[in-house]
Ligand binder design. Structure first.
Ligand code: G3H
Ligand code: ZN
Length: 283
């Protein structure tokens, strides 16, 4: 079966993007697998440190491996926003397909140093590393708060130049006005900045905070070279609202019946994203 690098390269050449869907429950995982199978899309299954610790990294790796072989679909695991080096190394050791090192809180020098160290370990096992330059604000939840992006939060083109040269990182998460979560007022994306980053970076460019961004903006960033887009909040919202709705049925006690309905609702949302990213029929 083809690896993640193959699909990222393909997406880059053909100008579409691979969705990363985060999950932390079995019905979310089943929904992602079903959509990958049904729409013939490669998919990256994202687990943050919290999500991975809740389900168990060993369990996650085994479940994804079994499903990948059973359905013959390109499912790839990514440790999302890894900050704890022991956990990142554990993901590499257990066989995640890629790890994202979120070094946004470090100085550029320190970010480069740690990213290099991780790449050395990961590449020996053919595992990709996603680095990050700039700070992507917000949390993966629905919020009525206002969020302000400062100039220093955005990706600096000169930092990217130094970072990619010194680390040889595979993928790069950028901060171009994107934020985590769904807010009342979503900031606008800076396409000019994305174009400038693209000029000096041959890496696979990643957009975090996919939830809440208008479809036409998503299409634009793909046109400008983004090849992976992460979604979490919108999946969490559907999960919570659906579960709440179906639990109202006082006569139903079977978890598998209730959760199957939740799963179906999640699948509809994921399908929408797959068509938006145009990653269907790409196997
Ligand atoms: O790393 C995960 C994503 O960036 C999720 O962002 O919750 O805004 O969809 P989101
Ligand atoms: Zn993110």
């Amino acid at each position: 079966m083809k690896d993640l690098k193959y699909y990222l390269k393909k997406a880059k050449e053909e100008k579409w993007a691979i969705p990363q869907f985060n999950f932390s429950t079995i019905e979310q995982l089943k929904a992602i697998i079903n959509v990958s199978y049904k729409l013939k899309t490669p998919v990256i299954l994202g687990t943050s440190e919290g999500e991975a610790s809740y389900l168990g990294m060993e369990e996650i790796v085994s479940l994804v491996k079994i499903s990948k072989n059973k359905y013959k679909i390109p499912l790839f695991l990514n440790l999302d926003h890894g900050k704890n080096l022991d956990l990142i190394k554990k993901a590499i050791f257990l066989g995640y397909d890629s790890v994202h090192f979120d070094g946004s809180s470090f100085s550029l020098t320190e970010n480069i140093k740690i990213t290099r160290e991780l790449i050395k370990i990961a590449h020996k096992k053919n595992i990709l590393v996603e680095g990050e330059i700039g700070s992507i604000k917000g949390e993966s939840q629905l919020s009525s708060k206002k969020i302000k992006i400062l100039k220093q939060d955005l990706t600096s083109v000169s930092d990217v130049e130094k970072f990619v040269k010194e680390t040889k990182v595979d993928s790069l998460a950028v901060s171009i006005g994107n934020i985590h979560g769904v807010y009342k007022k979503m900031p606008k994306l800076d396409l000019k900045l994305l174009k400038d980053i693209k000029k000096i970076s041959k890496n696979f460019l990643v957009l975090h905070g996919g939830s809440g961004i208008e479809n036409k903006e998503i299409k634009k960033v793909i046109r400008e070279g983004i090849v992976k887009i992460n979604f979490n909040t919108e999946i969490r919202i559907i999960w919570k609202n659906s579960l709440r709705k179906y639990l109202k049925n006082k006569n139903e006690f079977k978890p598998y019946k209730i959760l199957n309905l939740v799963q179906n609702d999640i699948e509809k949302k994921l399908e929408e994203k797959v068509y938006l990213l145009n990653s269907n029929n790409k196997l």
